[in-house]
Write a protein that binds this ligand. Structure first.
Ligand code: GLC
Ligand code: CA
Length: 562
């Protein structure tokens, strides 16, 4: 099989977390008019797709991932007219807008749930998952929630429990009910007809719940119950139905957020002949440095990272499509996590990470501020965190007997709030994010790390991203980057990541030093041309690959003879 070309094969997606992107009216909360003001910035970067985290009406318990009306815009973000203007202005710049589709659950404030909850015989009762207690009054099974100890909450008035894989304010929809599915499909048409470029589908691999609701049996990996509700046949069946009713009628990018997936699952979701979705976000590489159950950070193991990325690159080659990412709104800042955020190496290591990822096959995703090398923020106390998940993890750690210092240290490594700290636009008050009081305090390093500085400085991380995007979209290397075969070189090398991309008569070698030490290596390729080097003053060292010494976090793209 060779892949039928699709417009999103050479797309580069820029993710916006609206709350933290740009505030246009001084209420401290980023908004849609604020995004419109920055479209030129995104266009100059070269990205042609924006994934917008949810902007729908929501009580914001989970910052918009708890939707109370799918056809309305949250007033703090703007109006439907603002949203339509965003689509129009983006289209003028050849940028497509991908919205978040959060349909595993709604907010408990959604009228559907309000009705469902009102009585056992309400017509919408079966739109959510209600079960009788066990005979001793306890929940129907032992499933856990991502944000709470258990996945079931008792509704006193009707005497039944409802299921929520996330918070009790995010009840799970019952996808077994065809009325629910068709309500979702109608809503998707509503948005797609406005000219959307597609959907990012929140935890879409969890929509199929087995009808017998069996107890979880695996307790030492992930949230108890996942073996029953993730990636089952039902999820695939529903997605094929969704494709049939909705997606086949539009030429759109769809990306499923899918924790707990293997490359085989990845093929099931993204193989074009299966008619499900374009691609998925896998979670293996963002799980290697954390041990959730013991709340500890593990050292980043480059050999393991290479094994994971290479397996995905190879297993999906011509059998599906990858998405590749370092960060998003649920992950800490990439440079702090995988590179180095100390002043000496921040810039060069952020560029190294970018090069490593952007030469892989699949669609790259950039999270707002990643292109500036924004870093994690240091939180002084638990009160400074905003995210409900941070609070839950902290309580869990305290119950397990960890000290408050250990709890705080874990959150300083992994809290989702790192990503949600407002974007740094310039060095003025509040980084130019707002004229008011920001909803989440800024990172004080915005005076050095900000978009204005990055745009003005031709050697910045931002310009490095721009070059990488241009290589993928409009250069003689486009086809090898987009469609080439991938080959890992020296899998056991624990310090250097080297891989080859090959397509027709072209081959690119990417070499990245993941350490702050010099590394000397020998490669048996002949250099044709240095394509990109994150040390600009270092070209002369690259005449042969027989013995090369990589500087700290050095990363190069070299065209080599085939
Ligand atoms: C996804 C989102 C996350 C959200 C959760 C519940 O994982 O990325 O931000 O909290 O789903 O919707
Ligand atoms: Ca605002």
């Amino acid at each position: 099989m060779s892949m039928e070309p699709r417009w999103w094969h050479d797309a580069v997606v820029y993710q916006i977390y609206p709350r933290s992107f740009n505030d246009s009216n001084g209420d401290g909360i980023g908004d849609i008019p604020g995004i419109i003001e920055k479209l030129d910035y995104i266009q100059s970067l070269g990205s042609n797709v924006i994934w917008l985290s949810p902007v729908y009406q929501s009580p914001m318990e989970d910052n918009g991932y708890d939707i109370s009306s799918y056809r309305d815009i949250a007033p703090e973000f703007g109006t439907m007219a603002d949203m339509e203007k965003l689509l129009f202005e983006a289209d003028k710049r050849q940028i497509k807008i991908v919205m978040d589709l959060v349909v595993n659950h709604t907010s408990d404030q959604h009228p559907w749930f309000q009705e469902s909850k009102s009585s056992k015989d309400n017509p919408k009762r079966d739109w959510y998952i209600w079960k009788d207690p066990k005979s001793d009054g306890t929940p129907p099974n032992n499933w856990e929630s991502f944000f709470e100890p258990q996945a079931w909450t008792l509704d006193e008035a009707t005497g039944q429990y409802y299921l929520h894989l996330f918070s009790h304010q995010q009840p799970d929809l019952n996808w077994a009910n065809p009325d629910v599915r068709h309500a979702v499909y109608d809503m998707m048409h509503f948005w797609l007809k406005k000219g959307l470029g597609g959907f990012r589908m929140d935890v879409i691999n969890m929509i199929g719940k087995p009808s017998d609701f069996p107890d979880a049996t695996i307790f030492d990996a992930g949230v108890a119950g996942w073996e029953h509700w993730s990636n089952n046949l039902l999820a695939h069946q529903y997605l094929r139905e969704m494709h049939d009713h909705v997606l086949q009628h539009y030429d759109v990018l769809t990306v499923g957020e899918t924790p707990f997936t293997t490359t085989l699952d990845g093929r099931y979701y993204s193989h074009p002949d299966r008619n499900e979705i374009s691609m998925i976000f896998q979670f293996e590489h963002v799980s290697i440095d954390r041990e959730e159950h013991n709340a500890v950070k593990k050292p980043f193991d480059l050999v393991q990272y290479k094994e994971i990325m290479s397996r995905w690159q190879q297993d999906l080659y011509q059998k599906g499509w990858n998405s590749v990412y370092w960060s998003n709104h649920d992950q800490p800042r990439a440079v702090s996590r995988y590179g180095s955020d100390c002043p000496q190496y921040r810039v060069v290591s952020a560029k190294m990470l970018a090069t490593t990822l952007h030469c892989m096959s699949g669609t790259p995703y950039i999270y707002q501020g990643e292109e500036l090398g924004m870093t994690n923020k240091h939180f002084e106390s638990i009160e400074e965190f905003n995210d409900l998940m941070a609070k839950f993890h902290y309580e869990k750690m305290m119950k397990k007997g960890l000290s408050p210092e250990e709890g705080l240290a874990f959150l300083n490594d992994f809290s989702r709030d790192h990503a949600r700290v407002p974007m740094h636009w310039d060095s003025s008050n509040n980084a130019g994010f707002t004229n008011g009081q920001p909803w989440l305090p800024l990172n004080s390093n915005y005076t050095e790390i900000n978009a204005q500085q990055a745009v003005d400085d031709k050697t910045s991380i931002y310009h490095h991203y721009r070059q990488l995007i241009e290589l993928r979209k409009a250069s003689p290397y486009r086809d090898v980057i987009v469609y080439g075969r991938y080959e890992l070189i020296e899998p056991e090398d624990a310090h250097v990541y080297a891989y080859l991309r090959r397509h027709e008569q072209r081959a690119l070698l990417v070499i990245s030093n993941f350490t702050d030490q010099l590394q000397t290596r020998h490669y048996s390729f002949n250099i044709e041309k240095m394509v990109l080097n994150n040390y600009s003053d270092d070209e002369l060292n690259w005449t042969s690959l027989k013995a090369v010494t990589l500087k700290p976090y050095q990363s190069v793209i070299i065209e080599v003879a085939c």
